[in-house]
Design a protein around this ligand. Sequence first.
Ligand code: GAR
Length: 218
Amino acid sequence: MSVLKKEPTRIVVLVSGSGTNLQALIDASHNPEFGVSIVAVGADSGDIEGLRRAERHDIPTFVLPLKDFSDRAAWDVALTAAVTEFEPEIVVLAGFMKLAGPAFLAQFGGRTLNTHPALSPSFPGMHGPRDALEYGVKITGATLFVVDAGVDTGPIVAQVSVPVLDSDDVETLHERIKAGEREMLVEWVGKLARNSFHIDGRRVVLGRPLGNPSKELA
Ligand code: GAR
């Protein structure tokens, strides 16, 4: 049985680029029935449109460039602390081009979502659209998943497929993927936020785990 929440679910979104997926979430969150409050947007670079989108909507932002830290472990700890300050129930990586480290996963594992522009398990990594085009697949898409320690390997929440056209280059293909990706992201972030969720093996299940309230999402 799923439990519908009364308060909007607190979400922190992390971005590295243009932030069109973030924008789709911001737009959806303006409807109270969506059940989401975007409490902060974080980035690993200061000069990106994703941050400006948040600022235009008066959403608090923070920036943690990897190069400002002695090593990746120190950056991971700082990112974890920065996100923790906003007390999110769910973290969404929306085009965030860094891997979540051990400190981050210790705090937010099982409740961090990522969206990847390919149909997992095909074409993991930074260049999903390019790799799909180079391989010559006729269908590709996007995958929303719960982040684990691997590269785009976590339990899958949802997938959306799009055709690859003979006329495509990486940009046109990625734009077609992103159109489907944004719809998928909004639909499923809303569902997960309103219903809570838990992980059962490789499945992401809406609702709290039966008989184990201590493992429920905050
Ligand atoms: C999205 O397609 C997302 O899946 C991808 O970056 C794009 C961000 O677009 N993420 C990755 O490739 C992560 N490995 P946006 O900044 O316009 O939302």
